[in-house]
Design a protein around this ligand. Sequence first.
Ligand code: PLP
Length: 374
Amino acid sequence: MNQIPPLDLTEQYKSIGAEVNAAVLEVLASGRYINGPVVSQFEQAFADYIGAATCIACNSGTDALFLALRAFNIGVGDEVITSPFTFIATAEMISAAGATPVFVDIDPQTYNLDLQQIEAAITPKTKAIMPVHLFGHPVDMTELTAIAQTHQLLVIEDCAQAVGAAWNGVRVGNIGQIGCFSFYPTKNLGACGDGGAITVNDAAIADRIRLLRDHGRREGYIHEEVGVNSRLDAVQAAILSIKLRYLDTWNAGRQVVAERYHQLLEHVPGIILPQALPDGQAVWNQYTIRIPASPQGNNRDRVRQHLQQQGIISMIYYPLPLHLQPVYKFLGYQPGQLPVSEQLANEVLSLPMYPELTLEQQERVVYALKDSLS
Ligand SMILES: *Cc1c(COP(=O)(O)O)cnc(C)c1O
């Protein structure tokens, strides 16, 4: 029996391989491998896609977050409010910049920051809120922007899982002061390696980020401040320029897959389905269901194992919330302090999700899921 992986990138490569190969060979022959016109063209195309004035490409989504924090001078003594239910990079870069992540619990429906709880976490040290549009679902940016404006806080969007998603028709990454994107291969727009980008409308901040990503220099060997090496390879930019043209089609394909899961799973007892907010346009980086525990114990782990026996590979994003990670022990959070994220860490299961997933494959996933729950 064929395995159904969580994500199959070979299908995508089959569909655009010839185009990608030609573009890569062209870069190889050009002799320009870092920066140059291929990278600038991608930056312009990506800025246009998001609707932002400027895009600055960099080496990863992680670096995008770091550069964004640095550009706004967020560092030692500052606090940044974020979600404990995300990939480590979100909080990790707040720490790397020298600031302190302040974790606010999540909403059980959206898996995103619980906006009702943000104000209680604001202190005189708070400089920014870093919402994460988790699994491709946009945060309610109307409400979040209102909170940020009331308290004069910056909004740094972690859009790593949500390229193309929108809130009330405005693409994420163009709602807060700055948007951070990842082109890690499993993201909706994935490079064939690492890559990232920042979108921003403020020209001075854009300029500062361009400096910071290249050793603090404008050109040559004159360095204005301490920066990093975080440039996007021309090969990756060439690949991303091609893939960007297909992104809306692929995101629409994910939407179809999500709707089919909804239909097939709607009446299955024992699971809770993910829900998109009415004002949000989600892009379904993951289709993540919840399987609550039963008196017999953790159902989710049992179901996951059963699926695996049937050749269906599901994933757990994320098994341990950030406030309880060993690395953040020093912040002093206690188990039970952010109960929703802790509960969801035990309940979430991400089913196979990619645009090319067929109805037949989905039916197999659903059959195995029902079988394990009955
Ligand atoms: C993937 C991801 C990142 C980091 O992106 P990289 O390109 O892997 O460095 C940051 N935040 C979130 C929410 C992510 O999913």
